[in-house]
Ligand binder design. Structure first.
Ligand code: ADP
Ligand code: ZN
Ligand code: ZN
Length: 733
């Protein structure tokens, strides 16, 4: 037999598949097998993407694989991986990389993950008889056989309980009194969930209707539009149960695991061992074993972030995308896939139902999916009233008087509040008051952000002035300046506020109330869950942070939500900024008033009249989406067209320019000049690299993707891209 092998190389200029002749000894190899193959002078890892009786190559030129590593990526995932490679203008190898079991190295000598195998021992009939009959047995031997009377045990356990070493076991086995075999032990990251308890929740009428509408069994694409607190998770749980009852599996995608531990816990409590978790914060061994549990069908449900869309769940009947508006579903490195689109593809291929849930649907989903509505919160509580606080006319400091009063009320009542400000650090930029000098990153065209040391230490004398300027794009850092390098003036203005400064203001305003800060600085190394659970356990306090604080958390005792600079995103030239602003405000509002006490929301903004802000203040998603879709139709933006972004960068500005020009020509050659190709336009410099961008807008996705893919291939093949990096983003966010 011939195996068609796609080599797992990261370069763009090699693409297979290549034929290899399988020796007899490898007759278990099939589509989805992972092999080590000779490739030129090297040995590399490859995936079998097809099988054939014969090759077009002459017999003498066919090589044999060196080794078979893994028997099994399911064939449908091999197809899905190749599709991702094509659809996102990446390479087959990079697409396939997404569907491999965790820990498969791509170099032949890379350390590989292996199952953890242990020796299991069991007494034979004779062995059991020997203990009873008091045959000639040593003390240790007798202890082992007694321990085995209750059933098989691991050799490791016997060593601990019966004090028996391997020598004892060998002697017993030689006498035919025990049998041993190797078993695979699954490594677990999380302690097993406690039993399969039900939460004891009665579904509401709305929830029941939704579940009924979902559980039809065929392939459909559904949008579950449910206001915040309408009990969407309960519906996912029921829908997953239905899928299991039909003998099928389920995939549940959640935004970021660290920010959504609650959803995961609920699945584990409900389904126990039938659930597998796959996420990057797990140790590699546990991840590998969870993957194997799914592939073996031991676990039928997978919960995880975007990469879980590639989980080897058998025969998925349901794919849920929780918080479908969340930006983390898009991968921001090559292949830049959108897990929502991949899920759609996978659901269609598998005949599964796709269920996208959110309080703030994307215009794309609103336009394209079949809608199910959950118009009210589970307990009939009202959504909190939203007040817009107009910041025009100048307000000293980041907090408006009304906002300060609202916080003071919460503090006096011993309640809880959440504040969102979508910038981390202390201030957003520094300028010299005398000469106007602005501090910028030497490698990137952006201002440096002031970061102060941890707030707890602020009280110490002198500590007040310490701090660093940091670049949020490249990590460059330098000590906070004492004076201006241009004019030596010591009056330096810190403009704008970030999470640190707001944290400090609130500490002062509300002391001794505890302030919890949640941003990627305070939660470095995945400690988000820590901060969140400390806030949850506290009886009173304020959670301050970046958009992480708005992500689906369910804290019943929060009564005030505040967002600062709510229209910050609207000042950026991005056609999605209205959509983002609407989602951010609505999601944040959704954190308030989920318990007994009524909630309240304050939105500080300069552009108080912007459509996204107006509609969010009225909790009017339908109104917002209708207007937004009209605007997009008029401007021919998605979902009425498809966008493909080609970014080129080089340390040499001229190279970046000419490569971008040439790339544009190649695309136009293929598509014709009547296409909407914008640019090349400059993007700001990052890490010393000059960047240029081309944006293709097209109604014909297939042709556009193909034209770009071919143009990139031609450019890579020619010498056009010397010292120029290229990246393609289909459906850029
Ligand atoms: P959403 O995801 O729609 O914002 P959740 O699924 O987090 O809402 O549910 C909000 C809260 O309501 C959770 O604490 C959940 O346990 C509770 N809940 C959901 N359904 C019911 C129900 N039918 N009866 C009582 N409580 C419910
Ligand atoms: Zn100066
Ligand atoms: Zn920088």
């Amino acid at each position: 037999m011939i195996a068609q092998v796609e080599p797992l190389l990261t370069t763009r200029n090699v693409s297979g598949p290549f034929d290899y002749r399988l020796p007899e000894s490898m007759n278990g190899v099939g589509v989805g097998s992972v092999l080590v193959v000779p490739f030129g002078r090297r040995r590399i890892v490859g995936v079998v993407v097809g099988m054939a009786e014969q090759s077009e190559l002459p017999e003498g030129r066919l090589a044999e694989p060196v080794e078979a590593l893994e028997a099994g990526v399911p064939p449908e995932l091999v197809e899905l991986g190749r599709w991702v490679g094509e659809e996102y203008c990446s390479t087959p190898a990079r697409g396939l990389g997404l569907v491999l079991p965790p820990g498969i190295g791509t170099g032949a000598d890379a350390r590989r993950m292996r199952p953890l195998v242990e020796l299991e021992v069991e007494a034979t009939e004779e062995g059991l008889a020997a203990t009873a009959g008091g045959g000639r047995l040593g003390l240790r031997q007798r202890a082992v056989l007694r321990a085995l009377a209750a059933g098989p045990k691991l050799a490791r356990q016997l060593a601990a309980t019966a004090g028996s070493g391997r020598a004892t076991l060998r002697r017993l086995e030689a006498r035919g009194l025990i049998r041993s075999r190797e078993v695979e032990r699954r490594r677990r990251h999380n302690s097993p969930a406690v039993g399969a308890v039900r939460d004891g929740i009665e579904l509401t009428g709305d929830q029941r209707r939704a579940v009924k509408a979902i559980a039809s069994g065929g392939h459909r694409e559904l949008l579950l539009h449910g206001v915040t607190g309408s009990g969407k998770t309960e519906i996912y749980l029921e829908a997953a149960r239905e899928a299991l009852d039909r003998g099928r599996g389920a995939i549940v995608l959640v935004p970021e695991i660290a920010l959504t531990p609650q959803t995961m816990d609920r699945f584990r409590r409900r389904f126990g061992e039938s659930v597998a978790l796959l996420h990057s914060r797990m140790p590699a061994g546990a991840r590998y074993d969870e993957w194997r549990r799914l592939r073996a069908g031991e676990a039928r449900i997978c919960v995880g972030p975007r990469s879980a869309v590639f989980a080897p769940v058998r025969d998925p009947g349901l794919i849920v995308i929780d918080e479908e508006h969340d930006s983390s579903y898009k991968q921001e490195s090559d292949p830049r896939y959108d897990a929502r689109e991949v899920a759609r593809r996978r659901a269609a291929e598998a005949g599964a139902e796709l269920l996208c849930g959110t309080a703030t649907p994307r215009p794309e989903s609103w336009h394209e999916l079949q809608r199910l509505e959950l118009p009210s919160r589970v307990d009939g509580r009202r959504l909190p009233p939203v007040e817009i606080v107009d910041m025009r006319g100048g307000v000293p400091g980041p907090l408006h008087e009304r906002t300060r009063e609202a916080f003071a009320e919460v503090s006096a009542a011993g309640g809880k509040a959440i504040l969102l400000i979508n910038r981390r650090g202390w201030s957003t930029h520094l300028t010299c008051r005398s000469c106007g000098h602005a501090w910028e990153c030497p490698e990137c065209d952006v201002s440096l952000i002031l970061h102060r040391p941890a707030a707890r230490r602020r009280s110490g004398a002198g500590a007040d002035d310490a701090g660093h300027l940091r670049c949020h794009h490249c990590g460059f850092a330098e000590p906070k300046p004492e004076s201006c390098p241009e004019c030596s003036s010591v009056t330096i203005a810190r403009i704008g506020a970030g999470t640190q400064r707001v944290e400090a203001e609130l500490s002062e305003l509300l002391a001794p109330l505890e302030i919890f800060r949640l941003d990627s600085d305070s939660a470095a190394g995945g400690r988000h869950a820590d901060v969140l659970s400390r806030f949850e356990r506290a009886s009173t306090g304020v959670l301050v942070g970046t958009q992480m604080v708005a992500k689906g958390h369910d804290f019943p005792d929060v009564t005030l939500s505040v967002i600062l600079d709510a229209d910050g995103a609207l000042r950026l030239p991005d056609f999605r900024s209205e959509e983002r602003t609407f989602a951010l405000i609505t999601q944040l509002a959704g954190r308030s008033g989920r318990g007994e006490a009524a909630g309240r929301v304050l939105v500080q903004a300069l552009a108080a009249g912007a459509p996204s802000i107006r509609h969010a203040a009225r909790h009017d998603a339908a109104g917002f989406l209708a207007e937004e879709l009209e605007r997009r139709r008029a401007l021919r933006y998605p979902p009425f067209s498809h966008l493909i972004e080609v970014a080129l960068s080089s340390e040499d500005e001229e190279r970046a320019d000419s490569a971008a020009e040439r790339m544009g020509e190649l695309i136009v050659q293929r598509l014709g000049a009547d296409q909407d190709l914008l640019g090349p336009a400059p993007l700001f410099r990052v890490r010393g690299r000059h960047r240029r961008r081309l944006l293709l807008k097209s109604e014909h996705r297939r042709e556009a993707v193909e034209a770009v893919r071919e143009s990139v291939a031609e450019a890579v093949g020619g010498r056009l891209l010397r010292d120029v990096a290229i990246s393609v983003d289909v459906d850029p966010q």
